[in-house]
Design a binder for this molecule. Structure first.
Ligand SMILES: NC(=O)c1ccc[n+]([C@@H]2O[C@H](COP(=O)([O-])OP(=O)(O)OC[C@H]3O[C@@H](n4cnc5c(N)ncnc54)[C@H](O)[C@@H]3O)[C@@H](O)[C@H]2O)c1
Length: 445
């Protein structure tokens, strides 16, 4: 099938690459000249395990192309995906500027043959109608007629496991009121569903809401555990024991039950806000969800609060090692990462930060820039050298078994503050460290 993907970011690039891997001919369009130039030179703009192989193989086979030329891209596809960003507007609602610009571009150049326009961006309920209207307006402007359907096909991939998620999806949600469009979507996804059918078809509005509901549910679990962890600290109970105790109930399950220093990333924070705003606008407020966000905002300060509790509010003259900058492991994405608010807080209190991340160092330099007091260094032990404490912010695997002797010898004082509960408190203490974590028993001095 001939496919166009508008927007070549985390979602668009993975979608385009994985569809080309199944034999489709894919053209990926992006406005970002640098990104497209990098892709055309054989580079990959994001860190995503397994993606570079798929991209290189399919580019070499002539099935995957990247361009900034809208006409070239949009005259190509019988299926046209919209996978552009939907950042939060000032009031928390999803900003549809990019989605509607992409829809107008599609209307400007789409072929006259039947075309399925697939919205993969996360968008509020009702956006399908706006996309349809924007395309129809452009067609009318150029006096053209074309037959097309608009489909909602929200994306559920997880950064860091995006290729695996796309290749072996839990489910594929297709929202459409058109039988022909559903047929096209089934044919497109059939190679990904050979094991058993996991395509769920529904109306467009329900598909749009499903995406927000999924992220809102996951964020709710995290905030619930984070709030419970604070209570566990007061009660001298252990949140890890509680997690195991409730996760083993099959009605609850273990996923997304880890207490930590707050959720981040490009999706949860903005999607929670956008759904809460939709609910408010429709006079049906989601009180629970508003609390989820509030809890997360507080939780993002929990590590700074622990530092202040240990070292006092004035941190001048201190140096802290920050282990992990990405919002989660296996990605270089730092959008809304808890590391960012922590680093701001430490620098504002006059201390120095030596930060390390296995893959997000380049992104960190781009986002944080040159800052007095901030150094991004190439390994975890260099970050810890001379540090008053190591603070764990992202649960990268390489942090799970530190060389405690080396660490103790390098650090100014043997203190670990763990925002991801990576260690058993008894083990760290037996190594001669002071250890504080999130909601752990026996972690405080
Ligand atoms: N990142 C994720 O893990 C994830 C998962 C599921 C859903 N989503 C949703 O998918 C959408 C895309 O997210 P992302 O993380 O890939 O965003 P991103 O910011 O990484 O990429 C978006 C890309 O679209 C390009 N773009 C913007 N307007 C354009 C236009 N008019 N024409 C062509 N290109 C244009 C940008 O230059 C950018 O490269 C969002 O709605 C997001 O909520 C993201």
């Amino acid at each position: 099938m001939k496919i166009t993907v508008v927007g070549t970011g985390y979602v668009g690039l993975v979608t385009g690459a994985c569809l080309s891997e199944m034999g489709n001919f894919v053209v990926c369009l992006d406005l970002d000249l640098q990104k497209v130039a990098l892709l055309n030179a054989g580079g990959i703009p994001i860190h995503e395990p397994g993606l570079d192989d798929i991209v290189r193989r399919n580019v070499a086979a002539g099935r995957l192309k990247f361009t900034t030329n809208s006409r070239e891209a949009l005259e190509h596809g019988v299926v046209q995906f919209i996978a552009v960003g939907t950042p939060p507007d000032e009031d928390g609602s999803a900003d549809l500027t990019h989605v509607l610009a992409a829809a107008r571009d599609i209307g400007r150049y789409m072929p006259s043959a039947y075309t399925v326009v697939v919205n993969k961006s996360t968008v509020p309920v009702g956006t399908g109608d706006k996309v349809r209207q924007a395309i129809a307006d452009e067609l009318a402007l150029r006096g053209a007629t074309a037959s097309f359907s608009v489909v909602s096909n929200p994306e559920f991939l997880k950064e860091g496991a995006a290729v695996a998620d796309f290749m072996r999806p839990d489910r594929i949600v297709v929202g459409t009121d058109s039988e022909p469009a559903l047929g096209v979507m089934r044919a497109l996804y059939e190679p990904f569903l050979r094991n058993h059918d996991r395509l769920l078809s529904m109306d467009i509005r329900s598909a749009e809401l499903t995406k927000y509901a999924a992220n809102a549910m996951l964020a709710t679990r995290i905030s619930f555990m984070n709030e419970l962890a604070l209570l566990a600290e007061r009660l001298d109970a252990d949140i890890e024991s509680v997690r195991k105790g409730i996760g083993s109930d099959p009605r609850i399950g273990f996923s997304f039950l880890y207490a930590g220093c707050g959720y981040g990333g490009s999706c949860f924070p903005k999607d929670v806000k956008a759904l809460a705003k939709t609910a408010q606008d429709n006079n049906s407020p989601l009180t629970l969800l508003m609390a989820v966000e509030k809890v997360n905002e507080r939780q993002k300060n929990v590590l700074a609060d622990k530092l202040v509790a240990r070292f006092g509010p004035d941190l001048k003259g201190k140096t802290f090692a920050v282990w992990g900058l990405a919002f989660k492991p296996n990605t270089d994405d730092m959008r809304e990462a808890p590391s960012r608010s922590l680093i701001e807080n430490i620098l504002a209190r006059g201390a120095r930060v030596r930060a390390y991340d296995p893959v997000a160092d380049k992104e960190a330099r781009r986002i944080l820039g040159e800052r007095p007091g901030l150094e991004i260094v190439p390994n975890a032990y260099e970050a810890a050298t001379g540090a008053d404490a190591v603070i764990i912010v992202t649960e990268w695997r390489e942090f799970r078994t530190p060389d405690w002797d080396q660490l103790r010898a390098l650090m100014k004082s043997a203190v670990v503050i763990d925002g991801r509960n990576l260690f058993s408190p008894a083990v760290v203490k037996a190594q001669g460290f002071e250890y504080d974590a999130i909601g752990r028993r026996d972690t405080r001095a």
